[in-house]
Design a protein around this ligand. Structure first.
Ligand SMILES: Cc1cc2nc3c(=O)[nH]c(=O)nc-3n(C[C@H](O)[C@H](O)[C@H](O)COP(=O)(O)OP(=O)(O)OC[C@H]3O[C@@H](n4cnc5c(N)ncnc54)[C@H](O)[C@@H]3O)c2cc1C
Length: 402
């Protein structure tokens, strides 16, 4: 049986598209297969941290990426019930640490689409949309992947597989890898609106608004027309039904509680939120990356960023092994560093971010606000807070973990 590609990437979300482009740009025959006929453009992640911007620059996409998004230099913490600013953190304090002392808010489907456009221009890359992977098996020297499309069943043969097929990963299940962790009892509701919160309340482009019963994670994105949209993410009550959460009355009330009285909305997205990490990030020649390997709550904008860091790292490891510059043992480094980094910098951080927003005990709530204020006011603590929140600390740790 002949090989179709040296690297097969499953799933053309942002992580899989970047994985495929990174491997193809290193000169390897790459095949990207995606179950859907088009890239999912529902409102999901957008916050792109400085180390991820460095990777996007490495892919040659940075100008286009910034042009399709919004540059956000600061982020703010608010006490929502009293409509008061608690603390502001300014990425400008990281100048010298990174060429990108800011985050860029660019919707994730734009990254997938621009990566796929570049892939299609490369002679060593194939992209198959509408091709759903159903199963795979591996031997000592290859992986056979079975898939179906409108024409029927297909088989792909590759040296290595990178599975970026999302939180419900078919590949992770086929490999019988446990997805350890838990699901939060409440769901998150994303309301997309043209209401201009910045003009109305003087907030920044990225805001975390704490509230003992309900909090709001509020940020602005460019939108496909670049005219600007706000996304307001709320927790629902655990006992609130889906129908109730998306009802006009409840949505209107949620917007009003966040100072957008009478505002209209364009889109609603209600979803379950998990904190889970795959027990293994690799089995033989198959690697898990992005949401296939880990899922987390979106507060802080970390999950997708960590997925992109993973595949950038993996593309380099595979490149060195395929070229014969290192033996296959080098590939063990992937799980050895990526799994603990996700647990420490993404899982622990996003759980802490959520707890900070939802704290209900008045004394503990005030203590958290005090901690934020004093960190923002102290230059060394301000920088330290940002280095962790931006994943720069995680990226540096990765370099020290063999
Ligand atoms: C509903 C929802 C809302 C979210 N909102 C936010 C948010 O507000 N902020 C935030 O930071 N993060 C958010 N996230 C998380 C963020 O979107 C993910 O971290 C990000 O999408 C991960 O990218 P990925 O490429 O790993 O996976 P995905 O984007 O899930 O892409 C996986 C791809 O694999 C494809 N695929 C699946 N199975 C197969 C198969 N068998 N064969 C071939 N292809 C397959 C899928 O069609 C999909 O295109 C949200 C996630 C969800 C699910």
């Amino acid at each position: 049986m002949s090989r179709d590609s040296s690297i097969l990437v499953i799933g053309a979300g942002p992580v899989g598209s970047v994985a495929a482009l990174a491997c193809a740009q290193r000169g390897h025959p790459v095949c990207l297969v995606e179950a859907d006929h088009r890239i999912n453009d529902s409102p999901r992640a957008s916050t792109t941290q400085p180390p991820t911007l460095e990777i996007i620059a490495g892919l040659g996409l940075i100008d286009e990426y910034i042009a399709q998004g919004l540059v956000a230099r600061v982020f703010q913490f608010w006490d929502r019930p009293t409509k008061s600013l608690v603390a502001e953190f300014d990425f400008e304090r990281l100048r010298g640490e990174t060429p990108f002392p800011y985050v860029v808010q660019t919707e994730q489907h734009k990254l997938a689409n621009m990566s796929i456009a570049r892939l299609r221009a490369l002679p060593n890359a194939q992209v198959h949309l509408g091709m759903r992977v159903t199963d795979l098996e591996q031997t000592a020297d290859r992986v056979v992947v079975r898939a179906v499309d409108a024409d029927g069943a297909h088989e792909f043969v590759a040296d290595y597989v990178i599975a970026c097929d999302g939180g419900r990963s078919t590949v992770r299940k086929a490999l019988d890898i446990e997805f350890e962790g838990f699901t939060w009892p409440e769901r998150f509701l994303v309301i997309t609106t043209r209401f201009d919160f910045q003009t109305a309340i003087g907030c920044s482009l990225r805001n975390y608004m704490a509230g003992p019963e309900e909090w709001t994670n509020l940020f602005k994105v460019a939108g496909d027309d670049l005219k600007g949209r706000w996304r307001a993410v709320y927790n629902t009550r655990p006992d609130e039904s889906d129908a109730e959460a998306v009802s006009d009355t409840a949505v209107r009330a949620r917007l009003a509680r966040c100072y957008a009285e009478g505002a209209d909305w364009e889109h609603l997205n209600l979803y379950n939120v998990h904190q889970r990490v795959a027990k293994q990030f690799r089995k033989g020649r198959v690697f898990l990356a992005g949401d296939a390997a880990h899922v987390n709550n979106p507060i802080g904008g970390l999950g997708l960023n960590s997925g992109i860091h993973e595949v950038w790292d993996l593309a380099d490891l595979l490149d060195r092994v395929i070229r014969g510059e290192a033996d296959a043992g080098l590939l063990d480094a992937y799980e050895r560093r990526r799994r603990p980094l996700n647990i420490e910098y993404v899982q622990e951080q996003t759980v802490a971010n959520k707890r900070r927003l939802e704290e209900a005990d008045p004394a503990r709530r005030e203590a958290r606000f005090h901690e934020l204020r004093t960190a923002a006011d102290d230059p060394a603590r301000h920088r330290a807070f940002l280095l962790r929140a931006s994943l720069i600390e995680s990226a540096r740790r990765a370099e020290t973990l063999a």
